[in-house]
Write a protein that binds this ligand. Structure first.
Ligand code: AKB
Length: 314
């Protein structure tokens, strides 16, 4: 068992919910502190209510629990951020700067700060988007991620803080619903299919986006955090790929299990966000530096999602 004390910020979110049990297994139940803005669920964890925009409250928890690593998973995502851009910017940036400052002043071992494919915009190559591409995001969420990447480099260079990051594609999981993202359709569609409902998709049928199954996303996160410091050549954020598909391809994959499943398409404002993002990601630097390799393709993910959601609904 590793002797670290891990603080998870945003433990109620899509990634936090699934990551928590993995961290508890790795580091021991008593060494993982779950936090979020309110307590919902996580009776099976040591939990503290935390508004991460409040640096004093964050410092208090870090001090009391002798925290050595932070996973900062709280953020306003792409679609929700567009409803109130300044609120999203303030929340995403204030929590980030608080985490980096606490990392520096408490001399933490490591900090994980996620980025996203939303960091890319109109002028990055759409296919196999390279690690080093121009970053001209179209959303306030994307702008905050580019800023976070640059702040991470700054804290690493200037203060030697070991900040690590992944540019997550759309993450698909059965454990909880994502909230406020542009890739959320790819989770909601499974819930409707398993319940025998039709589904109305807010993206057009041929909108190809990079996605990853939660199991792969968690393994990538933990493998990156475990990698020797010397292997980490990217301090902005690593490109990460799992798979790429369109809503039509995802529907066809679900129809292998539910032949009568029907999807209609009613693109809304999220279509423009999706159009500004890559269609597929080149993650060769992550593969080289710390041996990243995804294990889930679309058919395998569909099988797992349907199996788990069947247990939930039936
Ligand atoms: C979103 O859709 O906003 C997120 C993301 C790709 O970062 N899932």
């Amino acid at each position: 068992m590793k002797h670290e004390t891990i603080l998870v910020i945003g433990a109620n979110g899509q990634i936090g919910t699934a990551l928590l049990p993995r961290l508890q297994t790795m580091y021991g139940f008593g060494n993982v502190i779950a936090t979020d803005i309110r307590q919902t669920g996580h009776e099976e964890a040591i939990f503290e209510v935390l508004d991460a925009t409040n640096i004093t409250a964050l410092a208090d928890i870090v001090q009391r629990h002798r925290v050595t690593q932070i996973y900062h998973l709280a953020a306003v995502l792409s679609a929700k951020g567009e409803a109130d851009p300044l609120w999203a910017w303030n929340l995403n940036m204030q929590t980030l700067l608080n985490v980096l400052e606490i990392g520096r002043t408490f001399n933490l071992d490591k900090v994980f700060v996620p980025s996203s494919i939303a960091a890319f915009g109109e002028h990055a190559p759409k296919e196999e988007t390279p690690q080093s591409s121009v970053l001209d995001p179209a959303t306030v969420y994307g702008i905050s991620k580019v800023a976070a990447e640059n702040w991470s480099v700054y804290y690493h260079k200037r203060y030697k803080l070991d900040v690590r990051s992944l540019r997550y594609p759309g993450v698909i999981s059965y454990q909880s619903m994502p909230g406020g993202g542009t890739t959320d359709y790819a989770v909601a569609i499974y819930h409707e299919a398993v319940q025998g409902h039709d589904f109305e998709c807010f993206l057009a049928a041929d909108t190809r986006l990079p996605m990853i199954y939660m199991d792969d996303a968690l393994r990538a996160t933990l493998e990156l955090m475990e990698a020797p410091d010397d292997n980490i050549t990217i301090r902005t954020s690593y490109n990460l790929a799992g798979m790429s598909f369109t809503p039509a391809e995802l529907t066809a994959s679900i129809q292998q299990h539910f032949p009568d499943f029907k999807v209609t398409y009613a693109p809304d404002f999220r279509q423009a966000i999706a159009n500004s993002w890559p269609k597929s990601i080149d993650d060769s630097v992550a593969r080289q530096d710390w041996g990243w390799k995804p294990a889930f393709d679309l058919p395998k993910m569909t099988h797992e999602m349907i199996t788990h959601l069947n247990e939930l609904y039936h």
